[in-house]
Design a protein around this ligand. Structure first.
Ligand code: NAP
Length: 249
């Protein structure tokens, strides 16, 4: 029997789970999804799973060699910059072909009131004088940027309940994991008297409803742009990624 091709799938997104589900259907492949381990109870993922950081570029390159990985698919979130940089360098070092799976960013449409900013610090700056009740839909790691806004009240959405206080003066936490529907997002926004939203430009359908609801209600959206794209072969959908994999093997 011929050896099965081994694919390392850097995960943490809905697309990475969807791709894993498609890849495990093939008998000629073995798929290992890697998660950082940020979420306490990740959703079930088809195929093998490894959890936790690799320990930097050289360690990841070593893993690729030792585990005889034929292809690496970087399906991490577009804002997870460090792991993508590491993957780029480790694949170069080990000569492993790499594909980035990344949804196209959202684009504004008629009726949107977007204020586009480069990072969380600029988003906090843009909120000054704009809104007092804010829906903050960013990661835990970005919350500190909003610490100085002592007169603003934040609705903070998180997957896991925080273990301690958040670095904000006035806030409420709402727990939730996408995909989110427009009706739920509208209710949340109206119930809390939200005057503005802050979000990263993640792209994709799963978290777009809040943007559509903001447009419908005429609310401003502070949109944090993606870090500049790195050079890579990119697939914008699971189907495109499957095509690339078939061509490579
Ligand atoms: P990051 O800043 O790019 O990565 C920090 C470190 O975490 C990396 O150097 C690596 O550690 C480890 N790591 C990250 N992703 C990993 C993976 N898939 N498998 C193994 N190790 C990983 O990442 P982040 O922004 O904290 O995001 C962490 C995870 O959450 C990612 O997998 C991402 O897909 C997911 N996520 C992120 C966001 C976001 O907005 N950033 C949103 C949704 C989901 P070592 O150097 O030790 O290898």
């Amino acid at each position: 029997m011929t050896a099965r091709h081994r694919i390392l799938l850097l995960g943490g997104t809905g697309d990475s789970r969807a791709l894993a589900a498609r890849l495990v259907e093939r008998d000629d492949l073995e798929v290992i999804t890697s998660l950082a381990g940020r979420t306490e109870h990740p959703l079930a993922i088809p195929g093998s799973l490894r959890i936790g950081g690799f320990g930097g570029v050289d360690a990841l390159a070593r893993y690729l060699d030792e585990e005889k990985i034929d292809l690496l698919i970087d399906a991490t979130h577009p804002f997870a910059e460090r792991i993508s940089e590491n993957a780029e360098a480790a694949c170069r070092e080990s000569g492993t072909p790499r594909l980035v799976l990344s949804r196209a960013p959202w684009e504004p449409v008629a009726g949107d009131r977007w204020i586009t900013v480069a990072d969380a610090e600029a988003a906090a700056e843009a909120l000054k004088g704009l809104a007092r009740q804010v829906f903050l839909s960013v990661g835990r790691q970005e919350l500190e940027a909003f610490e100085g806004l002592r007169d603003t009240w934040f609705l903070v959405r998180m997957i896991d309940a925080p273990r301690g206080d958040l670095p904000l003066k006035n806030y409420e936490v709402v727990l939730g994991r996408g995909p989110f529907e427009a009706n739920g997002e509208r209710a949340l926004i109206l119930l809390h008297g939200i005057q503005a939203l802050v979000t990263k430009n993640s792209g994709g359908e799963a978290t777009y409803a809040k943007i559509a609801v903001a447009r419908e209600l005429g609310l401003p959206v502070i949109m944090i742009e993606r870090p500049s794209a790195r050079k890579a072969e990119v697939a914008a959908s699971v189907d495109e990624a499957l095509k690339w994999i078939s061509q490579r093997l």
